[in-house]
Design a binder for this molecule. Structure first.
Ligand code: HEC
Ligand code: HEC
Length: 165
């Protein structure tokens, strides 16, 4: 999120101030986000700024907030839960898991998928882990997924581990 807080017009040679915010929820470690600044400058109408942060406890909160309370809330669920409604396997994975784990399980920001047993993967998906960005996706946990959908994800993840490198 960014906005010009000084004034909407910056004369040549003058400076303007930007207000940039990063939402740390779900992030951990080094985070780089880019901000595009558009202007009517003839030579450089678009400038890309990089904002770097080192998030220590972006996935935690003093109240022990669980990720499902955030990710499946009204503000976030259209993309992070509803996008996978009625889907299974690869399609479901790519709709709501690849955000963090990458299409091939390679990990987007910090979380590649490790290898493990079916029971281990099933439990992670259904229950999640408090204090991390991994929400519990089962209905019981307050998540959007039916048991059969979770099972289809366990299978899909296995096919990814086999194909990696
Ligand atoms: C309009 C769709 C949309 C909504 C609404 C939305 N997200 Fe996302 N989210 C995305 C997309 C697309 C990505 C992957 C692209 C990216 O990383 O910028 C993503 C990525 C993420 C990531 C992981 C990537 C990273 O930057 O570390 C987290 C965590 C996340 N969203 C949390 C949230 C939370 C919390 C909310 C509600 C406050 C929310 N999202 C609302 C679409 C959405
Ligand atoms: C907002 C980011 C985010 C989303 C979306 C997400 N995960 Fe995770 N997931 C994580 C994080 C972070 C961990 C590791 C937590 C830890 O080890 O501290 C994790 C761990 C896991 C693990 C087990 C541990 C490992 O490292 O392999 C599995 C399996 C898993 N996720 C599957 C899924 C599936 C399937 C989905 C989609 C239904 C999903 N995740 C959606 C962030 C996310």
């Amino acid at each position: 999120m960014a906005g010009l807080v000084s004034s909407n017009t910056v004369a040549p040679g003058e400076t303007g101030r930007l207000d940039v915010r990063i939402d740390p929820i779900g992030k951990k470690g080094k985070v780089t986000k880019t901000v595009a600044v558009y202007s009517d400058d003839a030579a450089e109408p678009k400038q890309i700024l990089q904002v770097k942060a080192d998030v220590r406890h972006g996935t935690r909160s003093a109240s022990g907030l669980r990720m499902e309370k955030v990710l499946f809330s009204a503000r976030c669920k259209s993309c992070h839960a509803d996008a996978g409604r009625g889907q299974k396997g690869k399609t479901l994975y790519e709709a709501i898991c690849a955000f963090c784990h990458g299409v091939r399980g390679e990990g987007v920001s910090t979380h590649p998928l490790r290898e493990g047993t079916d029971a281990w993967a099933r439990n992670w998906i259904a229950v999640g882990k408090p204090g991390t960005a991994m929400a519990g996706y089962s209905k019981k946990q307050g998540g959007p997924l039916e048991a059969a959908q979770i099972e289809s994800l366990v299978d899909h993840i296995k096919s990814l581990s086999r194909r990696r490198d």
